[in-house]
Design a protein around this ligand. Structure first.
Ligand code: HEC
Length: 126
């Protein structure tokens, strides 16, 4: 009985804490929602990880806005990928996003960067 009560108390506490930790209020921003959709429909996770989940081929993107020094730098990177790729390796594709789509995907990545992950990843390289 005692452990059942501990279990229920911890479940309740988790339910209270998770929405704050995830900054869910920011998920009402239409740009973030549209960016999440772009993230999903373009299979970014097929190469990248996001907060540790995904493929380990390309850099972690949970902290990329911080790492590259802001949203504009992230947009510039995504936009500047060569169409023909980088010779000799499977590189980041050119997605031909519009200015609005770049802003949306960068807003989504900025949102992810604000989630409280208890200091994970441990260093800026991710
Ligand atoms: C085919 C694999 C692949 C896919 C799919 C892919 N990327 Fe990448 N991405 C890479 C690679 C590889 C790099 C490392 C730089 C390079 O070689 O071009 C990279 C680098 C990046 C960087 C810079 C990271 C840094 O730390 O410098 C950003 C931002 C990025 N990708 C965003 C995205 C987004 C957003 C999507 C989905 C719309 C996406 N990528 C889909 C392979 C991919």
């Amino acid at each position: 009985m005692f452990f059942l009560l501990v279990f229920l108390a911890l479940t309740y506490q988790t339910e209270q804490v998770i929405p704050q930790r995830d900054k869910r209020e920011l998920l009402s921003d239409p740009k973030v929602i549209a960016g999440k959709k772009l993230w999903e429909t373009n299979n970014c996770i097929g190469c990248h990880t996001l907060l540790g989940e995904g493929a380990y081929y390309a850099p972690e993107l949970g902290n990329v806005v911080k790492r590259l020094g802001g949203k504009e730098a992230v947009k510039a990177f995504i936009q500047s990928r060569p169409k023909e790729g980088v010779p000799g390796r499977r590189s980041m594709p050119q997605f031909n996003f519009t200015e609005q789509q770049l802003e949306e995907i960068a807003s989504f990545l900025e949102y992810v960067g604000q989630i409280n992950t208890a200091k994970w990843p441990p260093n800026i390289q991710g």
